[in-house]
Write a protein that binds this ligand. Sequence first.
Ligand code: NAD
Length: 486
Amino acid sequence: MLETVALIESGQVVPPWIAGRWHHPDGGPTLPVRNPATGETIARLSYGGADDAAAAADAADAAAAAWADRSARHRGGVLRKAADLLDERADAIGRLLAAETGKRVAEAIGETRFSAEYFRWFADAARQPHGEVLTPEDPGRRQLTITTPVGVVASLTPWNFPLSIQARKVAPALAAGCTVVARASEKAPLAVLELFRALEDAGLPPGVVNVIHGPAGEQSDALLAHPAVRMLTFTGSTSVGTRLMAVAANRVVRCALELGGDAPFIIFADADLDAAVEGLLVAKFRNNGQSCIGANRVFVERPVLDEVTARLGAATSRLTVGDPLGPHDPDIGPLIDTDRVKAVTAIVDEALSSGARWLGDAPEIPPGDCYMRPGFLLGASETTGLATTEVFGPVAGVFPFDTDEEVISRANDSEMGLAGYFYTRDLKRLWTMAERLEVGILGCNHPLPSVAFAPMGGVKQSGLGREGARQGLEEFVETRYLSIGL
Ligand code: NAD
C-alpha cells in the first residue's frame, strides 16, 4: 500500500514506487526534501539512477497490454474514483503540498481539487468516440481511422504545481490506455505520491503508474533510451525542455512540452481599473510568483499609469509574507529555495541600478533564507532582465505604453509565448489582441484561465502540444488508418 502521508509523518525514507511496491526500500543514497518556510527536512527520498528508470519502464511495459485492453468505461471508472478520493483527502494533501512548496494552504488545497477535476474530466473524455469513417472515392473500398494508446509515457514535471501538472498528464495518458513512468521534481515530490495513492486505492493495477525520484538528467536519458518508452510529456524550463527534445530525437520519441513563460499583462486606459489591479495581483502573486503563466511584464497605457502605479504601491505595501503553515495565513509564502531567491534578487538589483524604483513600501519580511520582498518596479531599463527574462518570483516591472500597435509589438518581443492578459472594455480591441498576441493562453479581463476542459499550452519556445480538453487526450493516442477492400 502506497501510504505516503503515514511514511512522511513517521519521518521515514520514501523510495521509488515501481510495479506496485516500494523499490529497494533498504538503502541506497537519499535526498532531503525541505520545507522552504522553515528549512526543516520533512522527508528523504531514496533513489537509484538509470537502473530505477529502466525498472520503472519495464514495469510500465509489462502492464501496458492489459491496461490498454480494459474498456474506456473501466479506465474512466478508476479515474473518477481517484478524483473522489483526492477531494476527500484534499485538506491533508494540501497541507503536505504547502509544506514542501511554501504555497498558501488554500492554494494547495485548491490545487488538489483542481487535480481531481482533471481525473474527472478525462474519465468522461475516455468514453467519447474516437476515429472516423472516411468517405471513399472508390466504391470497392471502405476507409476509416482508429485510435490506439501511444504506449509507455515518461511524465516529467516541475516543483511549482507538482500535483496538478502531473494530474493533467497522467489523467489523459491513463484515459487513453497508456501506462506511465512519472518523475516529479526532487524539490516537491511528496504530495504527488498522494495522487498515485489515490489511483492505487481506486483500483489501478500495479505497474500502470510507476514513480521514480533522483538524478534528473541520468534518469530522463535512461527513460528516453528505453525501447518501450514511446512518449515524453514534460513541463519545466525551456532550457531543460530543449535538451530533452534533443535526447528524444534519438529514438523519435513523441514530445509534448509545456515550457517557460513570459506573460505580458496589459492594462488599457478604458479598462475597469479595480478589476485590472485585482487581476494583476492574482496573476503575479499566485504561488508566490512562481507560475509559468504568471504576469511577467506589466504594460500600462500612459493616461492611467499614475492611477495604476499608486494602487499597486498601496496594495503591495499591505501584503503579508510568512509561513503558510504558521499561525497566520499570509498573502505570500517563501520561494522554493535559496537559488530562486538569489536569481530573482539579481534581477531586482539590476533593475534598481538601471533607475527603477519600488512602488509602495516594503511589507515586513520574516527571517528565513527563502523569503523576499514582493512588489512592482517602475522605471527599469527595457534591456534589463526584469524586461527580458522569466522572473519566476513575486516581482514584476511596470512599463508605460502609448498605442495598441506599440504594446502588441513589445508584448510579442519575446521568444516565449505561453500566456498573456489584457484588460479592456473595447470589443474590437479584444479581438485584435486575441488574434495578434503571440501566446497560447489568453486571459481577457480575468487572471485565472486554467480549467480542465480548455486546451493549455504555448507557442514559440513555450512548448509543443496542448494539455487538458480533447486536444490533451489526442496527444496520447496514435491514429491508424485502415483501408478495406470489399
Ligand atoms: P526545470 O526545467 O529546472 O525542472 C523541471 C524538471 O526537470 C524537474 O523535475 C527537474 O528535476 C528536471 N530536470 C532538471 N534538469 C534536468 C536535466 N538536465 N535533464 C532532465 N531533467 C532535468 O524547471 P523548474 O525549475 O522545476 O520549473 C520552473 C520552470 O518550469 C519555469 O520555466 C516555468 O515557466 C516552467 N513551467 C512551465 C509550465 C507550463 O505549463 N508551460 C508549468 C509550470 C512550470
